[in-house]
Design a protein around this ligand. Structure first.
Ligand code: HEC
Length: 132
């Protein structure tokens, strides 16, 4: 009986860990000459401009939605990924969920890189360019 309990506990523990998805790390960005982004990060800026800028400002400085250049200093990478997928309703307002938008979902990492570069002050609220 004791043996069975141990086996069951082990099995449960294992299935619990196996159900947790692997945590990916945010991809790094590079900024040269003040506004030149690596191609992935530049792609992130373009996605950001198309899908997010109307509420969060052209360069993430905030509009109807919060300043994301500041938010990314406080929220974690995982929180960012979840918020974008699930949306968020809070004191400021309502952000739609993006999980049905494959373009945004596939580009979340790139968008994160751009906004992280903004949050770190690596690029200011200036028009980015793609590094040659
Ligand atoms: C229709 C307007 C709208 C659009 C479009 C929009 N958002 Fe938002 N977003 C908001 C609002 C409003 C909030 C604040 C919700 C609250 O906490 O009250 C928010 C919150 C967030 C937050 C959480 C910030 C924090 O400090 O907790 C993140 C991250 C975010 N948005 C990312 C994005 C990204 C990335 C896109 C584009 C894919 C996007 N948003 C598009 C309106 C929008």
């Amino acid at each position: 009986m004791k043996k069975l309990m141990i086996i069951m506990t082990l099995a449960l523990t294992f299935s619990y860990w196996a159900a947790i998805p692997a945590q990916a790390d945010p991809q790094p960005y590079t900024v040269t000459n003040g506004n030149q982004l690596d191609s992935q990060t530049y792609k992130g800026f373009k996605l950001y401009r198309n899908w997010c800028a109307r509420c969060h400002g052209t360069y993430g400085q905030g509009l109807a939605g919060p300043n994301l250049a500041q938010s990314l200093n406080t929220i974690t990478y995982e929180e960012f990924m979840t918020t974008v997928a699930e949306g968020k309703t809070g004191q400021i307002g309502m952000m739609p969920a993006w999980k049905a938008n494959q373009t945004v979902m596939d580009g979340r990492d790139n968008i994160y890189s751009y906004l992280k570069a903004r949050a770190d002050g690596a690029i200011d609220a200036v028009k980015p360019d793609k590094a040659k």
